[in-house]
Design a protein around this ligand. Structure first.
Ligand code: PHE
Length: 340
């Protein structure tokens, strides 16, 4: 029957044409050509059914339907292939876009200075230790040869937590705790927070970091004391730094000295940082007063030593050329991230 033959030929032609299609626009054209509702080839065939006998009609209809299904399947498969190929080539993410920089924490400038100071003292034989911020009057004053009614205690009027218990006004109590715990030779540096009834202004804060140092051994002299602190100052502030020891008083050191360095901002010619003097004080210090040794049962005939205390925040001001100490406590990331 030639209608059957025609159908077979039509299907073969259609398959061959669809297989050759190279893009989805041509594929859509092929779909319209064969399956289009109005003028599609298969629609045309169905219209011819009217001319067939009642016997032939169902067979013919079934054949046309079978071709329609086969072509639909083929067209869909081709369409899926084109879609997959297009998806594979589409740029999924723009690799040239600048990345989002993740927030990374960094050390606070004062912590950086503390670490640098401790590193210098480590190479000079000092270990780093820590101690409590809540102290007793005995550790903060009495054992440090400071009677509570001594004028030197006024400067250290501080925050009391309970009768006889206070927030330490300096890190010097750690001299006592260290000597109670260890026998000489002792060489320690002790960074930590201290608290005072101080105003909050450009050069003061009621709570601030301090860094204590203590060296005790047989035969330690004033020369060891001076040489060690001068060497420390040159390593921290630079080899051309001049160091000056100015007589001072602390109840727990004798003799006592304030250590000054030539101003790092003006180089010693005088500026607002050094108040025109060319010198900046960086620490209080002195030879350990023998009466302190008696409080910790050290033999004060056998041992001598020196101690010092400095403020890393003030040192940070000089090292980084910062004019107001409060900027170190503001926690403004835009300021702090400059030091990261
Ligand atoms: N503790 C003293 C202060 O805070 C500093 C100091 C420490 C002085 C050690 C001498 C020896 O002012």
């Amino acid at each position: 029957m030639d209608l059957r033959e025609d159908l077979k030929q039509l299907e073969q032609e259609a398959r061959a044409l669809i297989e050759q299609v190279k893009n989805s626009a041509d594929l859509e054209a092929a779909r319209i050509k064969y399956l289009g509702r109005k003028d599609g080839v298969l629609t045309g065939l169905m219209k011819q059914m009217a001319t067939l006998s009642a016997e032939e009609k169902p067979k013919f209809g079934a054949s046309v339907n079978q071709i329609k299904n086969a072509l639909t399947e083929l067209l869909d498969r081709k369409a899926a292939e084109f879609d997959a190929a297009a998806a594979a080539h589409a740029p999924r993410e723009d690799l040239t876009m600048p990345g989002r920089v993740p927030w990374r924490g960094a050390k606070h400038p004062v912590t950086l200075v503390i670490d640098e100071i401790c590193d210098i003292f480590r190479t000079l034989g000092f270990s780093r230790v820590r101690g409590p911020e809540a102290e007793t009057e005995w550790y903060n004053f009495t054992a440090l040869n400071t009677p509570l009614d001594h004028p030197a205690a006024d400067m250290h009027d501080t925050f009391y937590l309970a009768p006889g218990v206070l927030l330490r006004s300096h890190t010097s109590p750690m001299q006592i705790r260290t000597m109670q715990q260890f026998q000489p030779p002792v060489r320690v540096v002790v960074p930590g927070m201290v608290y005072r009834r101080d105003p909050f202004d450009a050069s003061h804060a009621p709570g601030f970091e301090q860094l204590e140092g203590l060296a005790v051994d047989e035969g330690i002299t004033f020369i060891d004391f001076k040489a060690t602190l001068a060497e420390f100052a040159r390593r921290l502030f630079g080899p051309r730094t001049k160091v000056r020891f100015r007589p001072s008083f602390f109840p727990f050191t004798e003799p006592s000295a304030e250590v000054d360095i030539s101003c790092t901002i003006c180089g010693g010619s005088g500026c607002s940082t050094c108040k025109g003097t060319g010198w900046v004080e960086i620490m209080g210090s002195g030879m350990v007063d023998p009466s302190v040794f008696t409080h910790v049962n050290y033999d004060d005939e056998r041992y001598t030593g020196y101690a010092f205390g400095m403020g890393p925040a003030r040192i940070a001001l000089m090292l980084y050329g910062i004019s107001d100490i409060r900027t170190l406590y503001d926690s403004d990331v835009r300021f702090l991230e400059q030091f990261a």
